[in-house]
Structures are given as C-alpha cells and as structure tokens.
Design a protein around this ligand. Structure first.
Ligand code: CP3
Length: 376
C-alpha cells in the first residue's frame, strides 16, 4: 500500500472496522462482457489470457467501470487461473464454455508443475504486477485498488478437474484416493499464492481478496448440495490422527487460507484481506473471520445477510450479497434488495457488492439504478 493514502480510501476504512453512513460499493466481475467498452478491448486483445497478460489492455478494462460508475474499489483485471498457467499447466479459455485445463489426474502431472521457488513462475506473472503499478498511478486517489487470487481449494479443483465441474467430483475423489497428493498441491498453491499476493501488495494493491468460489463443494459446507459419494473427510481425518478431528471446510479451505493470510501479513504487516467463501452456508460464512483472521467476509447471495449479521460480532466486516439475478431483474425487486442490504448492515461495517459476479446479460441501466438507490 502506498504510504499515507489509506485515510482517503473509504473501502480501506471499512476494512479497518469503520462503519459508513452509506457503504462504499464495487461489483465482483465489474470489468466484463456486460460493458460494450470491455467487449471492444476484448476483441482487440486476442485470447482472454492475452488480455490478462497485456498491461495496456488489462489496465484499460480495469479502469472502465470506475470511469462509468465511480465505484469506490477497483479490482485488478486478471483471473485466478493465471497461477496454474504460471505453474506450467496448460490453461485456455474456450469461448462460451469457460476455462479448460489439462487435468492433473495424478502424480505424473503434479511432478511436471514448476517448484514453488522456480523464478519462472513470477517472471511469467510480471505483467500482472506491471498492471497493478499502472493502476495505482492512474486510479483516483480515493479509489481502493484490490488485488486477488483464488483460494487453494478452488484453484486445485480447477487444476485437478480441468474445468469447473458442478460437484467437483474429480477433486473430491482425488482427495479421498490420494490425500497426500492433494495436500502437496494445496501446499504448493499456499506458498506460491502467498508470494503472489505479497507482490501485488508491493506493486501497489491496497488490499486483496481471496476467492473461494468452490467452498460449497466441501461436504461439511452447510447449505451445499450433499455429495453422493462418501464425504472426503472420512478418509482425510483418519489419515491425520495426530491433528485431531477437523471438518472438510476447515481442512481444505479455511486452514490453507489462514496459512496464506498469516504468510502475507508476515511480509506485509497489516495487509487487508477479504475472503469470499461462496457456498459455505451461514455456518461457513460465520467461521471465515475467526478461522482465517481475514479482515472481512464476502457473503454469497444464498446467505441471509441479516441472519449472518446476527451471528457474528458487530465488529465483523461483511461485503456483498445482492443476487446477480436480481440485478438482471431490476425494478422494484432490485430496490428492495438494496434496501434489504442497507437495513441488515445499518451502523455496521459493510462494503456493498453482489453475492457473486455480474453476468454478461445484465443491463447497464440496472447497475445505475442500484447505485442511485444506494447513494440516495
Ligand atoms: O472481478 C473482476 O472484475 C476481476 C477480474 C476477475 C475475473 N475472474 C475476470 C474474468 C476475477 C476476480 C475472476 C475470478 C475468477 N475466475 C473466479 C472466482 C470468482 C467467481 O466468479 O467465482 C473463478 C472461479 C474464475 C475462473 C473463471 N474465469 C471462469 C469460471 C470463467 C468463465 C466464466 C464466464 O463468464 O465465461 C472465467 C473467465 C473470466 N474471468 C471472464 C472475466 C471477465 C469472462 C471471460 C471473457 O471475457 O470472455
């Protein structure tokens, strides 16, 4: 973080626990296909990964939603899957289908990944740090710049499955059949991504968000669809008797995230960190801050925000929760959703956001309506 600038940045103030009369706002996936100016740059850039690794284009698309809507936070344009790409796994984005990776089916593929201390990983990611530097120089002084990465379990599940399978059967199966291998992969991701976040903060990010988009696939996550197979922690716990019983959410998600957060703060004291644990249910959301020491919990749209606020201490910082489909719907439903968030977080530290990323079919006018309602 650039010294002395924090006081201007409302999102940082909320992350320090200060409630605001009107919460500051940003949107997950705020740079994206719902914006014509994004689509224009995307068409020039070539592949999606070319866009992520081109500091000119990545800086431009990051700034677009700030210019248009004046969000109080700007999130670096990149993707959580640049890390597997930097580790040497083949990653590509198939138009209309999403990400595809050559699946890490077993030990042979794991052995081919770069070691955590291989300098090639961070030379590969150098354009991302260049984008962060340019953004901090070009953004309005009061706009908080967020860096990010994926949580180890979410990134590992893409690496193992090769794609975002709905129930993450491949990663849950591998966690059961070769627990040590999945642990080794998680360890590699903890080490590499701790360094990745540190370098984003050193390049000028004010805070970072860790995206655990697949917390819901863990068998103990409340509110998640129950997996048909035996839960992974049947084996996982018996394989680690000396650590005592720990449930799957703690073991595969919250604990690796906690290690990353401790590692980042050891290098960047006081670093501000948000954790978005999508699909972890009311219980899972309530456990994020106490179990990881994050500064804020990102709340998905499926959780009752008022109920969550009732469960956690008043000092807990929350972020987000408007359903992306309500944003598509607009009208009275959207106004009611904004009012609902304001009522649930009145007098409490909260950052306004959606409960998952904005989707391409969202009308721009609805984003404007939402911000008008919020800002009064
Ligand atoms: O929030 C932002 O604006 C910052 C940029 C950002 C992107 N992806 C850009 C993107 C961030 C923070 C992400 C995180 C990400 N990427 C997550 C975690 C958050 C979540 O949504 O759950 C995940 C799971 C991914 C992996 C990923 N990348 C998927 C599943 C997809 C396909 C989805 C789709 O809409 O096609 C992507 C591609 C992607 N990442 C796009 C954007 C804007 C769309 C690509 C395009 O322009 O064609």
């Amino acid at each position: 973080m650039s010294q002395g600038d924090g006081a201007d940045r409302v999102v940082l103030r909320v992350l320090s626990g200060e409630a605001q009369a009107r919460p500051p706002a940003w949107m997950m996936r705020q740079a994206g296909r719902y914006l014509p100016e994004y689509r224009a740059v995307r068409a020039k850039a070539g592949s999606f990964l070319d866009l992520c690794y081109n500091p000119d284009f990545a800086t431009e698309v990051t700034l677009q939603p700030i210019r248009r809507f004046g969000f109080e936070a700007s999130i670096l344009f990149s993707d959580i899957l640049v890390v597997p790409d930097a580790l040497g796994q083949n990653v590509r984005f198939v138009e209309g289908e999403g990400p595809r990776l050559d699946p890490m089916a077993g030990r042979a593929e794991f052995e081919r990944l770069r070691q955590a201390d291989d300098p090639a990983i961070f030379s590969h990611l150098a354009p991302v740090f260049e984008t962060v530097r340019r953004l901090r120089a070009e953004l309005p002084r009061e706009t908080t710049l967020l860096g990010f990465c994926g949580a180890p379990w979410t990134v590992a599940s893409y690496m193992i499955g090769g794609r975002g399978t709905p129930d993450l059967a491949p990663s849950r199966a591998l966690a059961r059949h070769d627990t040590a291998l999945v642990e080794a992969l998680i360890d590699r991701l903890v080490t590499v991504q701790t360094e990745y976040l540190v370098r984003q903060l050193e390049a000028g990010a004010d805070a970072v968000q860790i995206f655990e988009s697949h917390a819901g696939s863990l068998p103990d996550a409340r509110g998640a669809a129950e997996p048909e197979e035996a839960p992974v922690n049947d084996v996982a716990e018996s394989a680690l008797p000396e650590t005592g019983p720990r449930d799957a959410l703690t073991r595969w998600s919250l604990q690796p995230i906690a290690r990353m957060i401790a590692g980042v703060r050891a290098r960047v004291p006081g670093a501000k960190i948000i954790v978005f644990a999508r699909g972890s249910g009311l219980d899972g959301h309530a456990r994020v801050v106490p179990e990881t020491a994050a500064d804020a919990v990102g709340v998905d749209w499926s959780v009752d925000l008022a109920a969550l606020r009732g469960r956690v201490p008043a000092s807990t910082v929350t972020q987000g929760n408007v359903h992306p489909e309500t944003l598509i719907e607009g009208g009275a439903a959207l106004d009611a959703a904004v009012d609902g968030v304001l009522a649930a977080t009145d007098g409490l530290p909260h950052i306004f956001n959606l409960g998952h990323g904005i989707t391409p079919q969202t009308p721009i006018a609805h984003v404007e309506q939402m911000l008008k309602r919020l800002r009064g």
